[in-house]
Design a protein around this ligand. Structure first.
Ligand code: ADP
Ligand code: MG
Length: 276
């Protein structure tokens, strides 16, 4: 793949929004594949009991497979559950199985219940450039574990009516976790998903989001694309399912922006430079 600057330290990005269906999983797997295709080593941690990220990456996650549940609840080393993603070099996945549905409750009585994922990641010795964590659509202990483990939060926002509703609650949780458990945590990235530039509503919501969040909003937005929604049923990301599609190109571009922001290069500056 095309080379991009790799971070000096592993960047841990939590993909969160307690609203379902906004594109968290789609964004996690396609950004992860894009970063890997750009030459990075990337681990996807599937923290949603639905296991959609595992499915989309073609990873076996039936009930007997060692999974992130074993890591969180049974203290199994992360290295014992990570699987390579076929077809994408440098991409790995820690799958979720249906067991994880019970973890939200089982975690309550365990010691260090909020920092079990953080500990597992700290003990993982394989070199990685990025870890992307796909959160469930709730703000319970699984999402808290992700926020404690991460440095950055990426919030996908679907450009529809009520897009910003409920975000206040997520932002307050980020503040709480930063204040008490993880001082480095911050919202680094907002990504507009399922964007349809032909509709007035989508462009109005996009403008509102840009006004509200400013520089955190990526210049690249992800278009609504049938190819993106078809890919998971083939156990593939859109990057291998249809590499030339608008969906694939937009995720590659978003990944580029994220990689460059990580080394302090703003996208506008880069393009001004190329244009000059
Ligand atoms: P979440 O993880 O937030 O619940 P998903 O990533 O599963 O959301 O996306 C919800 C649904 O929308 C899925 O069926 C997915 O295939 C579809 N989807 C996501 N992004 C796009 C897109 N850019 N274009 C078309 N369909 C999309
Ligand atoms: Mg999901």
């Amino acid at each position: 793949g095309e080379g991009l600057p790799r971070p000096e330290q592993t960047r841990i990005i939590v993909v969160a929004n307690q609203k379902g269906g906004v594109g968290k999983t789609t964004t996690t797997v396609n950004l992860a594949a894009s970063l890997a295709l750009h030459g990075s080593r990337v681990l996807v941690v599937d923290l949603d009991p639905q296991g959609n990220a595992s499915t989309a990456l073609g990873i076996d996650h039936h009930a007997e497979v060692p999974s992130i549940y074993d890591v969180l609840v049974e203290s199994k080393p992360l290295s014992e559950v990570v699987q390579p993603v076929v077809d994408v070099e440098g991409l790995f996945c820690a799958p979720a199985t249906i067991d994880l549905a019970g973890a939200e409750i089982e975690l309550v009585s365990l010691v260090a219940r909020e920092s079990r994922l953080q500990r597992a990641i700290q003990a993982y010795e394989q070199p990685l450039d990025y870890i992307l964590i796909d959160c469930p659509p709730s703000l319970g202990l699984l999402t808290v574990n992700a926020l404690v483990a991460g440095q950055e939060v990426l919030i996908p926002i679907q450009c529809e009516y009520y897009a910003l509703e409920g975000l206040g609650q997520l932002l307050r949780n980020v503040d709480l976790v930063r204040g008490h458990l993880n001082p480095t945590l911050h919202v680094s990235t907002i990504l507009l998903t399922m964007y349809d530039g032909r509709t007035r509503l989508a462009s109005q919501v996009a403008e509102e989001v840009r006004t509200h969040f400013g520089d955190e909003v990526l210049r690249t937005s992800i278009p609504r694309s049938v190819r993106i929604s078809e890919a998971p049923s083939y156990g593939q990301t859109v990057l291998t399912y249809d590499p030339g599609s608008s969906g694939a190109l937009s995720y590659l571009e978003a990944a580029r922006e994220i990689a460059l922001k990580g080394v302090g290069v703003s996208y506008d500056a880069l393009h001004a430079h190329i244009g000059a």
